[in-house]
Design a protein around this ligand. Sequence first.
Ligand code: GBH
Length: 452
Amino acid sequence: QPNAARDSITSGEFPKGFKWSFATAAYQIEGAYDKDGKGQNIWDKFSNENNPCHVEDCQNGNDACKSYMNMDRDVGNMAKLGVQNYRFSFSWARLCPKGKCGVKGEHSADGIKHYHEFLDKLSAANIEPFVTLYHWDLPQALQDEYGGWANETVVDDFGDYARFVFQEYGDKVKNWITLNESEVVCDLGYGAGFFAPGLTGWGPQFHCRHHTVLAHVKAYHIYDSEFRASQGGRIGITMNTNWYEPNSDSKADKDASQRWMDDQLGFWADPIYRTGDYPPSVLARIPDWALPRMTDEQKKLNLGTADFFGLNHYTTSLVKDCDNNGVSKLESLNKQQWPQAGSGWLFSVPWGFRRILSYIDQTYDSNKYPVFVTENGISSRGNGTDLNPELDDDWRISHYTKYIGQMKRSIDEDKVNVEVYTAWSLMDNFEWTTGYHERFGLMWTNFTSDER
Ligand code: GBH
């Protein structure tokens, strides 16, 4: 494989001010799903449905890591690990149980207090917060009322939620991430139906995608015009993408790889960081009944709406063109050489990390938009009740060493401006439809103990 011999960190320092972080998300760790007036969200509902179950072994996130009632444990663990930055998300339905943060009387005092307490504990431990507003847990009330992300009303409700949160916590939080991986929200939740809320079809999927772009843009402008001057923080979005490596040097395979990049990354990154509009290959492939077109006014509003480029990156795929109506074939060739993680989709391919960082720099300009790696990591597999912590996880150390080594080369040799690296995850947690079967934690969680 390209560069494989030079994966590891060989020498040198990271740039001054480089930030190391760990990440989690509210639904995956908090538990306390019905405590203190929290509203139901789409993952509460989805993971508790059992006819059929959507999560492996019918597991759910009702308790997860019980982080809601173990704030000191979590902050203590971070301190033990020497973490100085922590990325986590707010639960929208914990703050505004019905999702209506713009309406007086619709807020939960307990929910508000909880995140204040947590932020104060982080601050006392000298840990800087990176807060994600939306990591997949839409208040169920908004799904029931108008179809959630498939309906344009969500853009205003998200804007009201964002404004409320900036107002409430903006003196304590200086790094805001609007949306985590909208591609997963829309493609799996509203297109394929594997994730909450379980809808299917191009209509819901691409309307959802469109509304995530508009919701991000709205939250950015609210921050920019109402809070930036007084609060002085930064705001951006986080996108997930594989590196799509052409399977050959042929133009057909290269074009096919580009179409995959456009579909998974460019759909959000082009409007926000490059042109204001969707990539041409997307507009050619998706008809306007499914994907509304941006107006000229929207394009102007979209462009430049971020202070950083948030990237979640895990794996690489090989792409082979097969000209199936513009949809190409994806392959994971050379599997024998690509170590597979405990997740079916995850192969550890360190050189792909360097390539995606270069691609982002060349396409979106990392000097203008510094890259924040907001997730990278690897899993092992069990069933959630296994009691053999893999404390000698050399394979995990090897994954991190090699990916971080490639990132170092990207910074030193390719001059890509990367400012933050975030490991997913601080601890094993509720891994969506695979429940507690896939462990991504740097710390092992005992899901069989009451305390965790
Ligand atoms: C991230 O997604 C998420 O942000 C985080 O919450 C999650 O815990 C972490 O990664 C680890 O998975 O069901 O076979 O169709 C990473 C991108 C997209 C990878 C959805 C898994 C589902 C594959 N993920 N994908 S499948």
